[in-house]
Design a protein around this ligand. Structure first.
Ligand code: FES
Length: 234
């Protein structure tokens, strides 16, 4: 009798196995899922649960090119909704699917997009591109000349470092929130300056103060009394 895999081995083998099926057939065909289910003893409903959870698994035959535009918060604020609408016209020829997607993990370079081409392993990712850029990328993909994914190697970002700012919109967007955050940061910087210069606090105690003030401490251990007092005063 086939022994059922443990929960641990599900984690280790299921997703790679589904990737392999998708790479072989272009999508997760019912026959291939049934065959895998019987061969390894994983119930079919479990395969379907995993397959439907991850957006990059396809349960029906794909178009030649599938474009996914992230619709989650950072990308939404960076205009992904309008980009998605503008790209929909690419579907007219019947070879391209344009879909919304959940966070692609590159919120710092929003809006993020993935492009998958039938017959190619994996997906390509493009970040912070314009609608026209993506249109050109898709046209290239249709001619089998897809540019390489955007890498981080040459990307310094507008501030020279990676930075996530969900409120970095136009001048009138989230104005109140941005003013509150700016006031808080200025007040915090002034308090830190006092602790450093007038109380001679070292780097670590000032850091603890900042974490305590922003409630970003990752442990439940209490703040040192003088740090807690400084947070209270601030
Ligand atoms: S919100 Fe779009 S990549 Fe995270």
């Amino acid at each position: 009798m086939t022994k059922s895999p443990s929960a641990e081995s599900y984690r280790a083998t299921l997703v790679p196995a589904l990737h392999e099926i998708q790479d072989t057939h272009g999508y997760l065909t019912p026959a291939a899922l049934r065959e895998y289910s019987q061969r390894v003893g994983v119930p079919l409903y479990r395969l379907q649960a995993v397959a439907s959870f991850f957006p990059h698994f396809r349960l029906s035959p794909p178009k030649k090119v599938t474009v996914r535009v992230c619709r989650d918060m950072a990308c939404h604020l960076a205009g992904s909704g309008g980009m998605l609408d503008a790209l929909r016209s690419l579907e007219e020829g019947g070879q391209v699917a344009v879909e919304g997607a959940s966070c692609l993990g590159r919120c710092d370079r929003a809006p993020s997009t993935s492009v998958a081409v039938v017959g190619e392993h994996g997906e390509h990712y493009y970040h912070g591109r314009s609608g026209d850029d993506l249109r050109g990328i898709v046209m290239g993909a249709l001619q089998s000349s897809l540019p390489p994914s955007d890498s981080d190697a040459s990307h310094a970002g507008p501030y020279g470092v990676s930075r996530i700012d969900a409120y970095d919109g136009g001048a009138r967007e989230y104005l109140a929130v941005r003013k509150v955050l700016a006031a808080r940061d200025a007040s915090l910087a002034a308090a830190e300056e006092i602790l450093r210069t007038q109380k001679n606090w070292d780097f670590e105690r000032v850091r603890q103060f900042r974490l305590g003030a922003l409630r970003q401490r990752r442990t439940d251990s209490p703040l040192a009394p003088e740090v807690a007092e400084a947070v209270r005063e601030w």
